[in-house]
Design a protein around this ligand. Structure first.
Ligand SMILES: Nc1ncnc2c1ncn2[C@@H]1O[C@H](COP(=O)(O)OP(=O)(O)OP(=O)(O)O)[C@@H](O)[C@H]1O
Ligand SMILES: Cc1ncc(C[n+]2csc(CCOP(=O)(O)O)c2C)c(N)n1
Ligand SMILES: [Mg+2]
Length: 317
């Protein structure tokens, strides 16, 4: 099998989407965006040893490479449409590639996202995915719309993916059942696309939690020109992390790899958000608020600060 056989065998699947005029096989894809919509474009890379362990399940890796990109479209309140996959593969392992493609296409098909092109080289395992989504013109959710007085919310549960990484590195001990759940959260993030779309018109600002809640909320606050606080005891985290004390809190508040949505919304939206959480069967938890000022604080019930060593993952810290 050579490079072109590899592409044809694993990644060249005819797109059902009539907006894909031309996909894999030419010098560029040709797409027909939906009239009245704006294009959302984002890129996320996964590097072996940095974003995943070398012995990762290839099906999970195929899923995650796409999922983390879908999560950025979810954070914008968009519909995901098309993706490109640029990959460096260390070797041509047919079973491994088949499993990777299976993980990718299962998620791609579930969200009707067509693989429209990419690039293939040999090298240390690295995946760079670009995602193209759409939102009705002027309606995408941005980071810069938050206002002092808004509530801060987060979807799902925080911290288990980071706990899986720390357990693997011997920095944290989890009971067997919880360790399996944590591994599941790390390997199989579920991008919150339906939630993001439903938040258009409800949320004032949003982003997805990839680096860690405090770091990412800090970005939202900075872009919105306000400060943020969150209450440690309001964070949605499983009991097994609460029981770990400071180490568990660090996972939930700053661990990253959660791919949940964090968003700001005025208090007048509380009832609608409670209904939305029930309708989508996604837990939505009010965890804090935006205020005048700058920065992002983690608070005790008495209002005192909890200082963490880091607010999130930083590749160069
Ligand atoms: N090399 C680069 N050149 C131009 N822009 C970049 C580059 N790297 C990142 N950016 C931009 O900087 C901003 C922040 O990037 P970042 O990768 O942290 O996005 P994020 O959504 O916060 O996190 P994640 O990558 O985990 O989704 C984004 O707008 C991104 O497009
Ligand atoms: C082996 C291994 N070590 C550490 C981590 C944790 N981690 C790596 S990158 C990142 C932030 C998101 O990345 P980016 O900002 O590049 O999108 C996080 C939380 C992991 N997942 N696997
Ligand atoms: Mg993001």
């Amino acid at each position: 099998m050579n490079e072109f056989d590899l592409i044809r065998r694993y990644f060249d699947r005819p797109a059902a989407d009539p907006a894909v005029r031309l996909a894999v096989g030419d010098d560029a894809a040709i797409l027909a965006p939906t009239p009245g919509h704006e294009l959302l474009v984002s890129t996320d890379m996964l590097v072996c040893g940095r974003h995943f362990f070398a012995d990762v399940d290839p099906r999970a890796l195929g899923h995650k490479a796409l999922a983390v990109n879908l999560s950025d479209i979810a954070a914008m309140g968009g519909t995901a449409r098309w993706a490109t996959l640029a990959a460096a593969w260390p070797e041509l392992d047919a079973d491994w590639l088949a499993a990777f493609a299976e993980g990718w296409f299962a998620l791609a098909d579930a969200h009707e996202v067509a693989l429209i092109g990419g690039d293939t080289t040999r090298g240390p395992l690295t995946l760079s995915v670009s995602i193209f989504g759409e939102a009705p013109a002027g309606r995408a959710l941005r980071r810069d719309g938050g206002r002092a007085g808004d509530d801060v919310w987060v979807s799902g549960e925080l911290g288990m993916a980071a706990a899986a990484v720390r357990a693997r590195l011997g920095q944290l001990t989890l009971p067997e059942a919880e360790r399996a759940l944590a591994q599941q959260r790390l390997d199989w993030p579920q991008p919150r696309l339906a939630l993001g779309q439903a938040l258009r018109g409800l949320a004032s600002a949003a982003l997805d939690v990839s680096d860690g809640l405090l770091a990412d909320l800090g970005h939202l606050a900075a872009r919105s020109g306000v400060a943020a606080w969150v209450r440690a005891d309001w964070l949605p985290m499983p009991a097994c992390l609460r029981e770990q004390g400071a180490a568990g809190l660090a996972c939930a508040a700053a661990g990253g790899d959660d791919y949940e949505l964090c968003f700001a919304a005025p208090p007048s939206a509380r009832a609608a958000l409670a209904d939305l959480g029930r309708a989508l069967a996604v837990p939505l938890t009010r965890i804090g608020a935006l205020t005048a000022g700058a920065g992002c604080r983690l608070l005790n019930p008495d209002g005192s600060d909890i200082l963490l060593e880091q607010h999130g993952y930083d590749h160069f810290a």
